[in-house]
Design a protein around this ligand. Structure first.
Ligand code: GTP
Ligand code: MG
Length: 199
């Protein structure tokens, strides 16, 4: 097997969205966590990184707190980010999703995150009050031709972290897109080197 490509991946989203559960499921090869493993997950207060690999890409997963007073910690990591996984509780109230929309749009427009791949995950599809993909897209204002999305590789998908449903496909997509971006960067570097030696 070739070398694994490591990518700094920031997991962002408000409190209770399911960021930590998704990372733990990723580390469990996307198999359903045991109930006691789910019960052991506490709201994140600090931040730390955990790693899991999917099809040659190692996601160095930075788990951040979503609690309002702690969200300011996110931005100091923006300069290191290559991938953003933005997690949404699809069953959250309209009021909370209005707040989520605002946060998501500020991430989309942030110049420091311009080059990042963006995966938006509509989590908790198992709950009765959940929104499906189309409804979520609409609620989060992602339907139109948003300037921050036009030149970016991004996707919105749904999942259930509690069972693992949808997560493997989501990270396979990220893995494929990461590889493509990596190859593009490498060939650009090669071209530039060639140009340099010609001078
Ligand atoms: N029903 C259901 N509950 C989920 C799912 N994913 C996570 N949860 C629950 O939602 C709660 C919050 O999950 P976390 O993973 O701690 O959420 P977080 O985004 O890390 O939250 P903060 O650390 O506070 O920012 C926990 O009780 C989880 O068990 C899911 O797919 N379905
Ligand atoms: Mg957490």
């Amino acid at each position: 097997m070739g070398n694994v490509i490591p990518v700094n991946t920031l997991f962002l989203g408000i409190d209770g969205a399911g960021k930590t559960t998704i990372i733990n499921t990723g580390m469990n090869k996307f198999k359903q966590l045991k109930q006691e493993q789910i019960d052991a997950i506490q709201p994140t207060l600090g931040h730390d990184s955990k790693r899991f690999t999917v099809e040659g890409v190692e996601f160095i997963s930075w788990d951040f707190p979503g609690k309002e007073q702690l969200r300011s910690t996110w931005t100091s990591y923006y300069k290191h980010a290559q991938v953003i996984v933005f997690v949404v509780d699809s069953s959250d109230s309209d009021e909370r999703l209005e707040e989520v929309k605002e946060i998501l749009h500020s991430i989309i427009q942030n110049v420091q995150l311009r080059e990042c791949l963006l995966l938006i995950l509509g989590n908790k599809q198992d709950l009765n009050s959940t929104r499906n993909l189309d409804k979520l897209k609409d609620t989060l204002g992602l339907g139109g031709n948003l300037s921050g999305l036009r030149d970016r590789t991004w996707k919105i998908l749904t999942c259930t972290a509690k069972t693992g449903d949808g997560l493997e496909d989501a990270f396979k997509w990220l893995s494929t897109e990461t590889m493509k971006a990596y190859k593009k960067r490498e060939s650009k570097k090669k071209e530039e080197k060639k140009e340099e030696t010609k001078k």
